[in-house]
Ligand binder design. Structure first.
Ligand code: COA
Length: 107
């Protein structure tokens, strides 16, 4: 499981206009680019201010983005290395949403 032990999960907001999932103060965010007419979410960048790193905030941003994608049947491209190298290996159940060439014919 993710190494997140904070009692309360931070509130993550979907900023549709800027194509981000972000904390209410907007200081931490996950940036994505919609592809294939919005059927694919390419997560290109995740950012957490240095003073707040190592507490699982980036994983909360990812969970918000993956839940959003799942509820809309959107596939995810993990371009950001935090997502590909840290979040997905630690939360492998989300791999089912990762875009694969096999899905290409459907989008
Ligand atoms: N790529 C992959 N994994 C990374 C990473 C990176 N660039 N930077 C840090 N990590 C890993 C660390 O190994 C750390 O592991 P640990 O828990 O064993 O120490 C883990 O992320 C921490 O997870 P979490 O607490 O959920 O992340 P965070 O809230 O500290 O935020 C980043 C992680 C990457 C978003 C943050 O360090 C950051 O904003 N870095 C600068 C921007 C950046 O490099 N973004 C990623 C590439 S787009």
């Amino acid at each position: 499981m993710a190494a997140t032990s904070s009692a309360e999960a931070p509130k993550i907001v979907w900023n549709e206009r800027q194509k981000r999932f972000e904390t209410e103060d907007k200081q931490a965010y996950l940036q994505y680019v919609p592809r294939s007419n919005g059927k694919v979410m390419d997560i290109v960048h995740t950012y957490v201010p240095s003073s707040k790193r190592g507490m699982g905030l980036a994983s909360h941003l990812c969970i918000a983005a993956f839940n959003h994608a799942k509820s809309r049947s959107i596939s995810v491209i993990p371009t950001c290395t935090y997502v590909s190298d840290t979040f997905l290996p630690r939360n492998p159940s989300w791999n089912s949403l990762v875009y694969s060439e096999d899905l290409k014919s459907n989008i």
